[in-house]
Design a protein around this ligand. Structure first.
Ligand SMILES: [Zn+2]
Length: 412
């Protein structure tokens, strides 16, 4: 009997749990009033769990109800809730979720009345959460360029005057004067993978993928600026979280000619070394898919949305695949040969195709480089050396130059 009682208790707890798990909010006004009353009764976020739960319900309401006016407002309120939780707890994952959702809002609902507000919030999140002036300026500038009649226009203008990176703008003006048109020099977007809370892979002695790739990207930018054959834009210039979808947006906004994402490989079992280069494709190769699953983690929930298929077909229509393969081959062979000359025998892991989420949204030839293995102590030691990183950067710059020569030669 006692067992039966316990068993029925167990079942009722299980049912309660299951019901909670599948509870679906169908009425936005009900949900909104719950949210507002929590906001009024607990402005200091002492009931953190309740706040997180409500933020998640608001977020889920959006993803379950498509893009009507209410659901976009629910998304916006989810953002505010995540921001409030971040302010009270300093939990960066809350801020990162807010950043991802804001990026989603302005990209997918540019005509919604909250799109300009979302951009201001996005700028503030980058500025005050990460101290990233570049990404903040990008968000504020979008209000200036795309919403000139908005009530947020003066706010954006004031923010830019106060925090804008004048230096960047002046060099762009100079480049315009020199070349007549900025886009006569091809723009290369370099994407240092990961950033912020998303550290990427970690070596045995503590070296982090996010730091290695940022340093190499900054070196590439510096070299390219001296040589002036192409201009380099980075998706991040500091240790900041940037949603995957925003990385492709940045490349599209700059009308980049090519897009290179930098990563460091890692194996959970066994040791190997070498460079792998990927271009986007829907492959069935299991090893590639496993790697793609790891790299895609930072944008996991975005993948589940149907627009992935849409963007993919868009990309295929643009027929960038041959250019992506040419780019992959040119950079890969230059890099492997160059590093072999300077550092001895190199294991060539080859050029592969994989369905990286990151590369799907970009409308230009794009590749992803996996530079050595951080879980291999010898690779980790080399990757922490200034000279080694410098040589990787040099060979990538050479590879990019060779690619542009080939493209010009083939097209004229
Ligand atoms: Zn990575």
């Amino acid at each position: 009997m006692k067992y039966l009682q316990q068993f029925s208790q167990f079942i009722s707890i299980l049912l309660l749990f299951a019901c909670n798990l599948h509870a679906q909010d169908t009425d936005y006004y009900q949900l909104k009033s719950e949210y507002l009353s929590l906001k009024n009764s607990d402005p200091r976020i002492s009931k953190e769990k309740e706040w997180v739960n409500l933020a998640k319900r608001l977020e889920r309401f959006y993803f379950e109800h498509g893009s009507n006016k209410d659901s976009v407002e629910a998304l916006y309120n989810a953002v505010i809730a995540y921001e409030e939780i971040y302010k009270a707890t300093s939990d960066k994952t809350m801020l990162n979720t807010a950043i991802t959702l804001l990026t989603r809002l302005y990209r997918d609902h540019p005509h919604h009345e909250l799109a300009d507000d979302a951009l201001i919030r996005l700028g503030n999140a980058y500025l005050y959460g990460y101290g990233s002036k570049t990404l903040a300026e990008r968000a504020y500038s979008k209000v200036i360029d795309e919403y000139p009649d908005s009530d947020m226009y003066p706010v954006a203008l004031a923010k830019l005057k106060q925090h804008g990176e004048r230096k960047e703008r002046q060099t762009e003006v100079k480049a315009k004067l020199k070349y007549g048109n900025l886009h006569q020099v091809p723009v290369v977007v370099i994407d240092p993978g990961h950033g912020g809370e998303d550290t990427g892979a970690r070596g045995k002695y503590g070296l982090l993928e996010k730091d290695v790739v940022l340093d190499i990207a900054l070196k590439i930018k510096k070299m390219a600026e001296k040589q002036n054959n192409f201009s380099v834009k980075l998706t991040r210039t500091s240790d900041v979280f940037v949603p995957l979808v925003e990385r492709a947006n940045i490349a599209n906004d700059f009308e980049a000619s090519i897009f290179l994402s930098l990563h460091v490989n890692s194996l959970t079992k066994g040791k190997t070394t070498g460079i792998e280069t990927y271009y986007l494709d829907n492959t069935k190769d299991k090893a590639s898919q496993r790697l793609a699953a790891i790299e895609n983690q930072a944008g996991l929930f975005l993948q589940k949305t149907p627009d992935l298929n849409f963007i993919l077909s868009d990309l295929i229509q643009r027929a960038k695949l041959p250019d992506s393969i040419l780019l992959a081959k040119t950079i890969h062979t230059t890099l492997v040969k160059g590093m072999a000359q300077k550092w001895g025998g190199q294991k060539d892991l080859g050029i592969k195709k994989a369905p990286f989420y990151l590369l799907v949204g970009a409308h230009m030839p794009c590749i992803l480089l996996e530079l050595y293995f951080i879980n291999n102590p010898k690779d980790e030691e080399r990757l922490s050396q200034e000279n080694f990183r410098m040589d990787i950067a040099k060979e990538i710059v050479k590879g990019i130059e060779k690619y542009f020569l080939k493209v010009t030669y083939e097209k004229h």
